[in-house]
Design a protein around this ligand. Sequence first.
Ligand SMILES: [Zn+2]
Length: 347
Amino acid sequence: MAKITGRCVSILIIFILLSFQAGAENSAGKLRDGKVHIFFDQADSAYARQAAAIIHRSCEEMTVDLQIDSCESLYVYIAPSRRDFRNVLRGRLPHWTGAFATPANSSMTIRSPRWDKDNDFKATIIHELFHLLIHHKMKNTAIPRWMDEGLAIFYSGEQRWITSGALSKALATNSVIPLAQIDRVLKFHRAKAELAYQESYSAIQYLLATYDIDAVRIILDGLAAGQQLDSCFMNATGSPFNAFEKEWLNSAKKHYKWFWLADLDNYLWILIIVLFILVGLLVRLRNRKKMQEWQLEAEAEKDTDTGTETDSGADTDMKTETDSNVEQNTDTKEETDSEAEKNTELQ
Ligand SMILES: [Zn+2]
């Protein structure tokens, strides 16, 4: 997780001591177990004892791996409430910080599991302990942040950074953060920081699996001796840092590129809702089209009926008129015949 360096350390320590003095009358507690000093609220006394035991066990393993003589005095502050933790963080670290180490005074600040159910208490302590020990080994020499975080996750075994969902999506979309940029992780938003932590672990896992813990030691010793990162990587892996980064990326692509498909069930509900809306829209569109067709058919039928009625009326009238002319002609003929008869009689 986070690591504080620089001037804000002294301000932070004064704040922590003051907050404990303020609560001392009621419930502040302090536990000393060898070189480990733990500050806590009485309600967290069981967690304080647990923290001391975790630190002793983990120190043994890490001092061997990092070739450190022994653990120095360590100070642990267990924040008794979310408000206390936020007060310590304010303005100095991002809001997504789960815990942090301040190597300049060998201290770590962690959340009490009483109110923080999201973080793994043991894993968090080991993670912050690694930051303190590596700083103790390297003195004032900075190491790449991805190595610092990747190794901290390697020792702590924090599952959320070991699972590679964010890394897999980044590999599939070509949006992997270059390892050197992880130095600025504390400026990242939560999602980008999650990707940075997963990348850090993945790169360290590749370094350890391919070149073993010896490679890590060679790089750390080289940096502590003032060598450039490229020459440290040349000595440890046979390639400069850029080449190592490409190697790791190629290996990660092979293993994790389609890993995000495993999370597909998370998107299934969204997919179902989108399909439901699409089907609804299609049905509505089809119904509207059918209505328009029916309307056109109805109008066409109406036009046909009106045309038939007009033709039949005209025929009847014309026929009637013709018949009447015929009758008229007949009458005229009859009249002429009668006149002829009259004339015949007269003749
Ligand atoms: Zn960390």
